[in-house]
Design a protein around this ligand. Structure first.
Ligand SMILES: *Cc1c(COP(=O)(O)O)cnc(C)c1O
Length: 387
């Protein structure tokens, strides 16, 4: 099987590591029983799940009992945010989040607004970072929960989770972190970080799609009401038959990530420098986010007088994202880039390159050449307003 495309969309999803695929296959052969069943075969499935819980717990430095399996980060965000807000609603109904969060977070807060919660929507600085003091100012007596993502999926901007979490701790506000773009990619030590709830998903770190987890800190007042109802699995916090094969895949992906995080980061840093070096002198090109402090697997650039969808076509066979992949069906400029103060047209021209473990230097050099050529060609075709 030959590849007829160059994949630079690892922030949207990653390929399954072959070792992970093999592990899932083994589980399907011998661990297909319902893990809730009280027989030998059920015990095999349960053992596979317990091992995976230990592997993920080791990556995050937590007790495995603090992990709840979900279908992915969307569900974890829903359960963590809505579940905690509702659990604590008798104490107060004020919540805080960022305008630049993923839809799986913003849409939950909008739903909670309809339920009668009040949400403060904070705007980050133009470099995408939230000043911890801005969060402190937004907290009130009745604030129960704040949610701030770790690594932004569009820009790679990283928030100061430690500083923000410390403020939340001082003020007895629960702190939820959408870490879908961070887990398995940057070191995360939840013994050291003041985080109460953390969402993750396997398919962003070379595991399968359809499986994720929510970390729920073992602290007083840190509980969630379920959003799904059914059997008694997972203490009823999240019922439903557990997919032991997917969970085993997530577990091994976590173990592999733990041993390769530093190598991966070095590799991605090199690739991003190379990519940026190849396109930085294109006229009117700018980085969305911050190239110094951001996660090195993502480079998001806008360019003046070029339209994003045409650019995407011009870049083929390179697979990248415009705006947000989750919004790519709409032609709306990315709300994340708009919140960073980008004009509609600059936001619309944004291309997100996201690199991964298998990405090569040749691939990013090719992508940079394609980008320069495509921009030049589009400007020749439609010489718009002067730069
Ligand atoms: C991918 C992603 C999600 C959604 O994860 P799924 O597993 O696809 O539900 C949520 N938040 C962020 C930041 C993401 O990157």
């Amino acid at each position: 099987m030959t590849k007829d495309f160059i994949y630079l969309d690892f922030a949207a999803s990653t390929p399954v590591d072959p070792r992970v695929a093999e592990r899932m296959h083994e589980c399907r052969e011998s661990g297909y029983a319902n893990p809730s069943s009280n027989h030998i075969a059920g015990r095999v499935s349960r053992a596979n799940i317990e091992r995976a819980a230990q592997q993920l717990a080791a990556l995050l430095n937590v007790d495995p009992r603090t992990l709840v399996w979900t279908s992915g980060a969307t569900e974890s965000d829903n359960l963590g945010i809505a579940g905690a807000a509702r659990f604590r609603s008798h104490r107060g109904k004020h919540l805080v989040t960022l305008l630049t969060e993923h839809k799986a977070v913003t849409d939950v807060f909008q739903m909670l607004e309809k339920e009668g919660f009040e949400v403060s929507w904070l705007r980050p600085d133009d470099d995408g970072r939230l000043e911890p003091a801005a969060l402190a100012n937004a907290l009130r007596e009745d604030t129960q929960l704040a949610s701030v993502m770790y690594v932004n999926n569009e820009t790679g901007v990283m928030q100061d989770i430690e500083a923000i979490g410390s403020i939340c701790r001082e003020r007895d506000v629960l702190f939820h972190v959408d870490a879908a773009q961070a887990v398995g990619k940057i070191p995360i030590d939840l013994q050291a970080l003041p985080v109460d709830l953390l969402s993750l998903t396997a398919h962003k770190f070379y595991g399968p799609k359809g499986i994720g987890a929510l970390y729920i800190a073992d602290r007083p007042g840190c509980r969630v009401e379920p959003i799904l109802f059914g059997g008694g699995q997972q203490q009823r916090i999240r019922p439903g038959t557990l997919p032991a094969d997917l969970i085993a895949g997530l577990g091994l992906a976590a173990e592999i990530a733990q041993s390769s995080i530093e190598t991966d980061l070095d590799h991605l840093g090199k690739l991003r420098r190379l990519l940026w070096a190849g396109i930085c002198d294109v006229e009117g090109v700018l980085v969305n986010g911050d190239i110094e402090s951001g996660f090195p697997g993502i480079l998001n650039v806008s360019v003046s007088n070029v339209e994003g969808e045409s650019l995407l076509l011009g870049l083929e066979p390179i697979c990248v994202a415009t705006g947000s992949a989750c919004n790519s069906k709409s032609q709306e400029p990315s709300y994340v880039l708009r919140a960073l103060g980008r004009s509609d047209s600059l936001a619309q021209s944004a291309i997100r390159f996201s690199m991964g473990r298998p990405t090569t230097e040749d691939e990013v050099e090719f992508a940079a050449r394609r980008y320069r050529d495509a921009v030049a060609r589009l400007r020749d075709l439609a010489p718009a307003a002067p730069l």
